[in-house]
Design a protein around this ligand. Structure first.
Ligand SMILES: NC(=O)c1ccc[n+]([C@@H]2O[C@H](COP(=O)([O-])OP(=O)(O)OC[C@H]3O[C@@H](n4cnc5c(N)ncnc54)[C@H](O)[C@@H]3O)[C@@H](O)[C@H]2O)c1
Length: 352
């Protein structure tokens, strides 16, 4: 798909962590495309993230639950939607263990609704691209060596990753069965601005700056492959506009780090920036998460070869930028924790 094509793109989950970063990147970069942010604003959706673009001519927000087919259809018809970049999902593994039903509803049934709308458009011979944004967690856990590639078997271990895997399979089936123009991306752990403070990095930053314990699951030796969110957004842009139909692309930054080492790096950076410490003394090992995958690591060779994507940030650069962002945006973090951010929708969209 040529980069200059005018598109009317539904970005689902645009008020979440990656969605916000993606829209802040795409909206000013592609004035010819219209971006319709479809988000039902769960606890993880925060419209205040998008203040910089909320009045842009090529941006619209629609408060819709992707489980509501009729509302989605009305929105697609109204805006003449011809593509979807699908990020809306329940995304927190811990929550999926205590309450898997919402994960099945949003991540599987919600994806199904969007695919059905795409299928209708496709069968009416209208051009329609569907980009499924997924995770490397669908591949399960690695041993001490090896990498996930596009050929790796799906072996999800948590209700979260199982629901994402099911959605990926539906997307694949809609391409193979109906010929729908699809692309899928499977990305490793993201970090950066606007991440809800239940996730590892913002949680640890807040605890470390307020003198609270830093809870680390099990022995802390689980390995994750970290990618700065802006690098992920650039990869998503490239795959959406230039990816080959029916293809999947793995996205990762070759930054394999044990959780405990990540927390130690974070403590050292905070000690360096703020003085005091050593904050490593706040580390506390807690009972491991059930079914906790040991190691994830992505081989990003295919996307590099096919689309020329490589990450721009080293882990040290990304980590420093991230820590500094949270230190500079204490109000944002506190607003998330107090629930204050929920008022933003009422204040700015409530009367529309
Ligand atoms: N965060 C990561 O490290 C990571 C890595 C790889 C892939 N992903 C995938 O990227 C996507 C975005 O992840 P994130 O970290 O930004 O998640 P997030 O939890 O921060 O945001 C999810 C967004 O989806 C919205 N949403 C949830 N259910 C919805 C529904 N039924 N209808 C409409 N909107 C709904 C929420 O309101 C929120 O704005 C997810 O699909 C996730 O699986 C995330």
């Amino acid at each position: 798909m040529p980069k200059t094509t005018k598109r009317h793109i539904a970005v689902t989950g645009g008020a979440g962590f990656i969605g916000s970063n993606l829209l802040l990147h795409l909206v000013p970069n592609h004035p010819d495309s219209l971006y319709v942010n479809i988000d039902c604003l769960t606890y993880a959706g925060n419209l205040a993230n998008l203040q910089a673009i909320e009045n842009a001519d090529n941006y619209v927000f629609e408060k819709i639950d992707i489980c509501d087919y009729n509302a989605l259809k009305e929105c697609f018809d109204h805006h003449g939607i011809d593509s979807v970049i699908h990020l809306a999902a329940e995304s927190h593994v811990d929550r999926s263990i205590t309450g898997p039903a919402e994960f099945v509803a949003s991540n599987i049934n919600g994806t199904f609704n969007l695919l059905e709308l795409a299928r209708v458009a496709h069968e009416q011979s209208r051009e329609f691209r569907f980009h499924q944004v997924s995770t490397d967690e669908v591949f399960g856990s690695l041993g001490a060596t090896g990498y996930f590639t596009e050929e790796s078997r799906y072996r999800p271990n948590s209700p979260y990753s199982a629901s994402k895997a099911a959605a990926d399979h539906l997307v694949r089936a809609y391409h193979k069965t109906y010929g729908l123009d699809t692309v899928t991306t499977n990305c490793s752990n993201n970090y950066g601005p606007y991440q809800f403070p239940e996730k590892l990095l913002p949680l640890m930053i807040r605890n470390a700056t307020t003198g609270k314990q830093l809870p680390v699951y099990g022995d802390g030796r689980q390995v994750r492959d970290w990618l700065y969110v802006e690098d992920h957004c650039e990869a998503l842009e490239l795959v959406f506009y230039e990816g080959e139909t029916g293809e999947t692309y793995n996205i990762g930054g070759h930054n394999e780090i044990e959780n405990i080492e990540l927390v130690r790096m974070l403590c050292r950076t905070l000690d360096d920036l703020l003085g005091g410490g050593p904050r490593e003394n706040l580390i506390e090992f807690v009972k491991d998460r059930p079914g906790h995958d040991r190691r994830y690591a992505i081989d990003p060779g295919y996307i590099k070869k096919k689309l020329g994507w490589v990450p721009r940030y080293t882990f040290e650069q990304g980590l420093r930028l991230t820590i500094q962002w949270y230190l500079d945006h204490e109000e944002w973090l506190e607003g998330c924790l107090s629930g204050e951010y929920r008022r933003y929708y009422e204040m700015n969209y409530g009367k529309r």
